[in-house]
Ligand binder design. Structure first.
Ligand SMILES: O=C(CNCCc1c[nH]c2ccccc12)Nc1scc(-c2ccccc2)c1C(=O)NCc1ccccc1
Length: 326
């Protein structure tokens, strides 16, 4: 049975985390994304003007899936599209001999401009993979039958290298016990229900955060508008139309954000929520918590995930998420 681990290196401001992946004879840095289900990469089929500074997948090592194509658009209107190959993909020693690799023929500027990232490796459920005429499986779904345990874990860190594991839980990466919650995979996401919340030292959690997804591909923590408002009222922040979101002082006094999941309270340190100066050198920071307006559910992105050890587990049949303090 297979198992393995791979580094997750943070980009500036922990905006995304990149991991080394071998596809055929190409070595690329991919953004592992539990919020989508396509493995796509810059490739020899990407126009040179769109792939300056990127490592590219050389599709000559793969077997083209004739007539197959893919096209994906994310909530921020970024996206990519292209052709599909079957090729060998290796992640931290775990090998998928015939993995659907989506070679980009067109890529939006936000991805072309981010030259650290050579593509995405989707880890949501394969039911939202965009390949037509026949949907393909994610890397995790492809290797799942060969894994020691049908699960993967995510250990992201603030400003430091973290890791993903496949097939085993690294018990040295967390403290205390793991709290498991049921996952509703009907929309293709790792979706769970979060409970009450509190800001700073208030201990009485109030309200209910509600339906949320665990999403390594989204940088920030998107919460109900009322919860975001309550947080920034305590944090001395404000909604800044020009910045398109909440901002707050970078001064290190941001209160923690506490949220109950499965009856256990998890703490997002205030330092994670004073996310990044709005312009370099500014004393005003863009907020790591934003309102989920227009999304329809909460997104527990990297700002939350780097505060916990997360286990994405289908070993019990029904999918579940495990969270532990780190
Ligand atoms: O798509 C993913 C995970 N892959 C991200 C890949 C990616 C997309 N630009 C990237 C840029 C860098 C690295 C990875 C990505 N998660 C989900 S679920 C619902 C929404 C959504 C739906 C409607 C409206 C808003 C969000 C998103 C979303 O668009 N997140 C990205 C984002 C969210 C907010 C702001 C910006 C981006």
């Amino acid at each position: 049975a297979q198992s393995g681990t791979v580094a997750a290196d943070p980009q500036q401001y922990d905006q995304a985390y990149l991991s080394p992946v071998t596809i055929g004879n190409s070595q690329l840095m991919l953004d592992f994304d539990t919020g989508s289900a396509d493995l796509w990469a810059f490739s020899n089929e990407t126009p040179a003007s769109e792939s300056v500074g990127h490592a590219k997948y050389d599709s000559s090592t793969g077997t083209e899936l004739q007539g197959y194509s893919w096209s994906i658009t994310y909530g921020d209107q970024s996206g990519a599209a292209g052709n599909v190959y079957a090729d060998k993909v290796v992640v931290g020693g775990v090998t998928a001999t015939k993995q659907a690799v989506e070679a980009a023929t067109s890529i939006s500027t936000s991805f072309s401009d981010n030259t650290d990232s050579d593509g995405l490796l989707g880890l949501a459920f394969s039911s939202i993979n965009t390949v037509t005429p026949k949907q393909q499986t994610t890397f995790f779904d492809t290797v799942k039958p060969t894994l020691a345990k049908a699960l993967f874990t995510c250990d992201l860190k603030q400003g430091n290298a973290g890791s993903y594991t496949f097939g085993y839980i690294d018990t040295s990466k967390y403290t205390g016990s793991v709290t498991y919650v049921p996952v509703d995979d009907s929309q293709g996401f790792w979706s769970f229900t979060a409970g009450g919340y509190s800001v700073g030292s208030d201990n009485a959690t109030s309200g209910s955060v509600g339906v949320s997804i665990a999403d390594t591909g989204t940088s920030l923590l998107y919460l109900p508008a009322a919860v975001a408002k309550a947080y920034y009222a305590k944090a001395g922040g404000k909604f800044d139309n020009q910045q398109g979101g909440y901002t707050l002082p970078c001064n290190g006094n941001a209160p923690d954000f506490n949220v109950a999941i499965g009856g256990k309270t998890f703490v997002v340190p205030g330092s994670y929520i004073a996310y990044a100066p709005i312009t370099s050198g500014s004393q005003t920071c863009f907020g790591g918590i934003q309102a989920n307006t227009g999304i329809g559910f909460n997104i527990f992105g990297d700002v939350f995930l780097k505060a916990v050890y997360a286990i994405f587990d289908v070993s019990q049949g029904a999918p579940r998420l495990g969270f532990a303090a780190q």
